[in-house]
Ligand binder design. Structure first.
Ligand SMILES: Nc1ncnc2c1ncn2[C@@H]1O[C@H](COP(=O)(O)OP(=O)(O)OP(=O)(O)O)[C@@H](O)[C@H]1O
Ligand SMILES: [Mg+2]
Length: 296
């Protein structure tokens, strides 16, 4: 194809002419090239349309999933808060009845129930507040050097005390006085969350193993249980905020879907991370890595 343009002057005007010349000796080649170009353009356009459609669809599905998670969370939270509140209300009404004062044990039992449910309510509210605090920019760790196996022993002891010896916990520390710089409060809650999950997601008698060992520049803390395990299709989501694996209507498995989100957030804030391996029906193993604090 050749384009020729000419320019000439005629009386009181100019003439500008364009000539579009087709070289028909290469006609077949040209037709093939044009067809190929059209094919590439059409295929490209179709691919782009599919790509845009696919991305929009994926975003819509993700938004829908997140909105379902949030609405599940609100349902769970309402249920979780309502349960101790109704127990406290009923216990309060019982204490208002005069005949109860003739039975000292009943009074004590009711008062204890109110105390226990208030603590539970307080813990729930704290969890929600803490998680929302973790997302603020001003969130900072208050780090202190600690001997990691000593801190783990304390966490295990206070966990067992608070749950009235609800599990058998085996401890195996080979860190021999190794130190890490951690926020004691957040670290304690992080390990307690793993312990409470190990108890909560177990059908029989919970047997938990807590280990600490050096692994390169990290301290590796392992919490392994003999619980329900986590099906593989859910394992990639369990550290997401509000995510809960459906366990049917098992009474013990109430929760807000915040515990493991908290664990990951705190492990990462310490410069580490958390991973999990699990076999449904056999148990799960959570591994937290925290950088070792070199002693000077
Ligand atoms: N040790 C475990 N064994 C089996 N499943 C577990 C274990 N730990 C967590 N899961 C699963 O992962 C989900 C998320 O756990 P996460 O601790 O974040 O939330 P939760 O326990 O449901 O609520 P909470 O906010 O009260 O901790 C749980 O719903 C549970 O299905
Ligand atoms: Mg939990």
């Amino acid at each position: 194809m050749v384009i020729v343009n000419t320019f000439r002057e005629e009386r009181n005007h100019f003439i500008l002419e364009f000539h579009y010349l087709l070289d028909l000796t290469h006609k077949n080649e040209m037709v093939f090239r044009e067809a190929l170009l059209s094919f590439v353009l059409i295929t490209g356009s179709i691919l782009i349309v599919f790509l845009v459609f696919g991305l929009t669809w994926r975003n819509l599905m993700e938004e829908r999933r997140l909105s379902e998670l949030k609405s599940d969370f609100i349902n769970n939270m309402t249920h979780e808060l309502k349960t101790p509140l109704s127990t406290i209300t009923v216990a309060g009404r019982t204490l208002e009845k005069e005949q109860i004062f003739t039975d000292r044990n009943k009074v004590l039992e009711t008062a204890r129930l109110i105390g226990k449910q208030s603590v539970h309510l307080n813990q729930l509210i704290n969890t929600i507040l803490e998680v929302s605090f973790l997302e603020r920019e001003e969130f900072e760790l208050d780090r202190h050097k600690v001997v990691i196996d000593e801190l783990l022993q304390q966490v295990v002891t206070s966990f067992l005390t608070s749950c009235d010896g609800c599990a058998e916990i085996k401890e195996d520390y080979s860190t021999n006085g190794m130190e890490a710089s951690v926020d004691i409060v957040y670290f304690t809650t992080m390990i307690s969350n793993l312990l409470s999950n190990a108890v909560k997601y177990c059908d029989g008698e919970p047997v938990i193993t807590v280990k600490a060992a050096a692994a390169g520049n990290d301290i590796e803390i392992t919490v392994a249980d003999n619980g329900l395990g986590i099906p593989s299709e859910h394992i990639g989501h369990i550290f997401e905020k509000f995510y809960r694996v459906p366990h049917g209507n098992i009474h013990k498995t109430k929760g807000l879907g915040l515990g493991l989100y908290y664990v990951r957030r705190i492990a990462m804030a310490h410069g580490g991370d958390v991973t999990v391996t699990s076999k449904p029906g056999r148990g799960s193993t959570f591994k937290i890595k925290i950088p070792i604090q070199k002693t000077s």
